[in-house]
Design a binder for this molecule. Structure first.
Ligand SMILES: NC(=O)c1ccc[n+]([C@@H]2O[C@H](COP(=O)([O-])OP(=O)(O)OC[C@H]3O[C@@H](n4cnc5c(N)ncnc54)[C@H](OP(=O)(O)O)[C@@H]3O)[C@@H](O)[C@H]2O)c1
Length: 263
């Protein structure tokens, strides 16, 4: 006898989602929605997320949680190899990667920053996504399935902010990775689609950090305090829903740099 959940899974397109930064904010909201849909989800963050684990148990949904520091860049190929060992190549219909993990730290003007913190910043915000994409494309090259990568970018990729120089540079770098890799994938036998998405101003712990920053470190601080006071922040769940719908949007060809506020 099949259990109800087994029957459900057998009739379901086998999609697998790899999401970074799922312990809070936008990444957590994306994972939450996917678990509710009983999708197979691989989560990556330094902290664990007991709420997601509990939800996955309740929904009988496949969740693999990796407590992993993305700054440990040399361990990323091994991590991806392990994740792909759980993907059934016979039944898989789609594999999705959402590079969402990110940090603002260190904020402050160049000339006052700690060098190793700058290095760590690029590891988290730019190097880890580049390596994850490289491994993803390697491990899926022979698979004739749907493959989509979304890089979570920022308005800061196009607008310069004093105090966020490395954040702006890393997010601009992420957008350029998206555009260049999209060109490469155009002629691949089984191409992957790569998109960049700026999520807008979203109510997450990252925004709390922005509102708590010192004016000397981030002169635009008051703009973000005002947006919060006038309830202008987007919700994490609405944002997650829009990002998930982009994964399945067939009108997008790959290489697009999107802003959720314009959708
Ligand atoms: N909120 C906004 O208004 C806004 C605007 C524009 C862009 N974004 C972008 O949206 C994305 C998500 O941000 P959020 O607002 O949801 O912020 P958040 O609540 O601070 O979440 C950031 C996530 O990234 C993970 N992370 C950070 N460093 C990591 C590391 N070294 N290894 C593994 N995971 C790491 C964190 O997990 P651990 O700490 O557990 O590792 C956390 O789950 C970021 O890329 C951010 O730049 C946000």
């Amino acid at each position: 006898m099949f259990s109800h959940s087994t029957l459900y899974l057998n009739h379901h397109a086998m999609n697998y989602f790899i999401i970074t930064g799922t312990s809070s904010g936008i990444g957590e909201a994306i994972a939450n929605r996917l678990i509710h849909r009983r999708e197979k989800v691989f989560c990556i963050s330094r902290r664990e997320n007991p709420a997601l684990n509990l939800l996955a148990k309740r929904e009988h949904s496949g969740l693999w949680y990796y407590q992993f520091d993305l700054r440990s860049t040399s361990k990323i190929p091994g991590l991806m190899k392990e994740i792909f060992s759980f993907i059934d190549k016979e039944t898989v219909s789609g594999i999705f990667l959402i590079n969402n993990a990110g940090t603002l730290m260190p904020t402050g003007f160049s000339g006052t920053l700690n060098n190793s913190e700058i290095e760590e910043h690029y590891k988290t915000n730019l190097l880890a996504p580049a390596l994850l994409i490289n491994e993803f494309l390697k491990l899926t090259a022979e698979l004739n399935i749907k493959k989509t990568i979304i890089n979570i970018s920022s308005g800061a990729a196009v607008s310069a902010y004093a105090g966020w120089s490395n954040y702006c540079a890393a997010k601009a770098g992420l957008d350029m990775l998206t555009r260049s890799i999209a060109l490469e994938q155009k002629n691949a036998p089984f191409p992957a689609k790569v998109l960049s998405v700026a999520p807008g101003i979203v109510d997450t712990p990252m925004q709390e950090i922005i509102r708590e920053s010192k004016v000397e470190q981030f002169p635009m601080k008051e703009k973000f305090v005002a947006l919060h006071q006038t309830n202008k922040l987007a919700g994490t769940d609405d944002t997650a829903q829009k990002i998930i719908s982009l994964l399945f949007d067939n009108s997008l060809l790959g290489g697009e740099i999107l802003d959720i506020r314009n959708l």
